[in-house]
Design a binder for this molecule. Structure first.
Ligand code: URA
Length: 286
């Protein structure tokens, strides 16, 4: 059983959060509207870290949020906050640069990715991305990102979310999340090559291995099913290239138990609560 990923540095308790809210002063002796410092009875464990909250609101990345906090551009309940470890509690009002923001609840989307869509949030060359396929308001898209990579020419199941912790764990090799691929090759794959896919194909950084490899339906030897928990960059393609095979089509038919059943290519759906629970269980979040 994989062990838990050590908790990431972050939230401190309520005491730390409280000490970090610095009410702004007007510079005059009157100062009648000094913002109220957060309630001393708050429980820091209920909150989420300020930089994460800002990122989830789609303002910027967590690292950029740290910079905004450092520059004194962030307020909680009217009080300027310049401490990174501050928690935001459910009833807090958060402002960035004088504008109120609010973090979106977690969203979990399964896309049946077509070829020719890039699995990224933004493409510097302005090509079609997977985000362009989601018919949801831009403001709701801002915090979303695809979990892991699927090459431009690969189709199939792609998870898109704004749950950074779940995404981080699903991609972490420690949890050995299963992926199933259907690989179509130009030429017939020989039985000893199927064995090599399971034993390990030499790649630049060390052998690449499938947990299972088999013909999908004999006598067709140009369609192979692979079950993998490894997930290095372009790994399936590189494994087949190393065997001297050209891939005609690559589809991910299953990701961590999710399939594209009932979702046409290029379409998407939101995950059901039981599916979210199942994903979280796989990576020990529940
Ligand atoms: N392996 C690859 O080579 N490409 C993908 O898109 C996914 C897995």
């Amino acid at each position: 059983m994989p062990a838990e990923i050590p908790a990431r540095k972050g939230r401190k308790g309520a005491a730390a959060a409280r000490s970090t809210h610095r009410p702004e002063t007007s510079g005059t002796s009157k100062s009648p509207k000094t913002p109220k410092a957060p309630d001393a009875a708050r429980n820091g464990n209920d909150g989420i870290r300020l930089n994460r909250y800002i990122a989830r609101a789609g303002v910027c990345s967590r690292r950029e949020a740290d910079d905004l906090i450092k520059r004194g551009l962030v307020k909680i309940n009217g009080a300027r906050v310049q401490e990174f470890f501050t928690s935001v509690l459910p009833d807090d009002t958060v402002e960035v640069n004088g504008k109120r923001i609010s973090a979106s609840p977690h969203a979990y989307i399964l896309l049946n990715k077509p070829k020719d869509a890039i699995a990224t949030k933004n493409d510097p060359r302005n090509r079609r991305t997977v985000m362009d396929l989601l018919a949801i308001p831009e403001k709701d898209k801002r915090s979303l990102f695809p979990v892991g990579r699927l090459d431009r020419d690969t189709s199939g199941v792609l998870l898109i979310t704004n749950d950074g912790e779940l995404a981080h764990r699903l991609m972490h090799p420690r949890y050995e999340v299963d992926k199933l691929y259907r690989v179509c090759t130009r030429a017939a794959v020989k039985p000893h090559e199927i064995d090599l896919l399971k034993k390990g194909v030499p790649l630049e950084e060390g052998p690449g291995k499938a947990d299972e490899a088999a013909y999908v339906a004999l006598p067709n030897r140009r369609e192979i099913g692979l079950r993998m928990h490894e997930g290095r960059n372009r790994q399936v393609r590189r494994m087949f290239e190393a065997l001297g095979h050209e891939i005609a089509a690559l589809e991910r038919v299953n990701y961590a138990g999710l399939t594209a059943k009932g979702v046409r290519i290029g379409k998407w759906r939101r995950l059901q609560p039981f599916e979210i629970r199942r994903l979280k269980r796989q990576v020990h979040m529940q």
